[in-house]
Design a protein around this ligand. Structure first.
Ligand code: NAP
Length: 173
């Protein structure tokens, strides 16, 4: 089973900013469209904060798994008390590909197990307190795709699509 991360980020003092704790700091529909195209038909794993940030509703056409240590239930999604449990749910139901879709903790925990990371880079300065690991400074990751900068139909916000793949193990040794 392939494990992927997918995120949108803006650069913030050398870090990858992804949110303010409640929502994404930008609205770029082209990013949401790509997110949907890539994740549809697959499983998505998210923290309970990300679940709330998307309106506490499952993403359609995807098996939704919410990470939570609480006793809460998540209507339309399965709950897992750990990332390992979430991945096991996916494996045992025959998933070929799973996307970890946030937030900060799940991205950090899943990264060592991940094969690919799909990134949308958003131009501009934003503030927030939720970050993803900066792969452009990580020796374990190689940028394999770098799209052209484009302008969103909303506020002509700049964005581009990037992809990172994990370097082969022998190169890390
Ligand atoms: N730009 C992007 O691509 C992107 C993507 C996703 C989210 N975001 C943004 O990020 C923010 C939300 O992220 P966040 O980091 O604050 O929250 P989060 O990671 O989505 O949720 C945190 C919660 O998830 C549960 N959790 C996390 N790891 C777990 C584990 N290993 N096992 C069991 N439960 C686990 C815990 O829930 P309980 O407290 O219920 O136990 C924890 O309190 C929002 O601003 C959202 O818009 C941005």
């Amino acid at each position: 089973m392939k494990i992927c991360l997918i995120l949108a980020k803006s650069n913030f003092k050398g870090k990858w900013l992804i949110g303010d704790g409640k929502k994404m700091p930008w609205h770029v529909p082209e990013d949401l469209k790509r997110f949907s195209a890539l994740t549809r038909g697959n499983a998505v794993i998210m923290g309970s904060g990300t679940w709330r940030s998307i309106g506490s509703k499952p993403l359609k056409g995807r098996a939704n798994i919410v990470l939570s240590r609480s006793d809460a239930e998540f209507d339309g999604a399965k709950k897992a008390k750990s990332l390992e449990e979430a991945l096991e749910i996916c494996r045992s139901s025959g998933c070929e590909k799973v996307f970890v879709i946030g937030g900060e903790g799940p991205f950090n925990q899943a990264l060592p197990m991940a094969d690919e990371v799909f990134v949308t880079e958003i131009a501009g300065r934003f503030s927030g307190s939720v970050f993803a690991p900066n792969l452009s400074v990580s020796p374990q990751w190689r940028q394999s795709e770098k799209g052209e900068w484009k302008r969103s139909r909303i506020e002509r916000r700049g964005y581009r699509f990037l992809k990172f793949v994990k370097r082969k193990k022998e190169l890390n040794e």
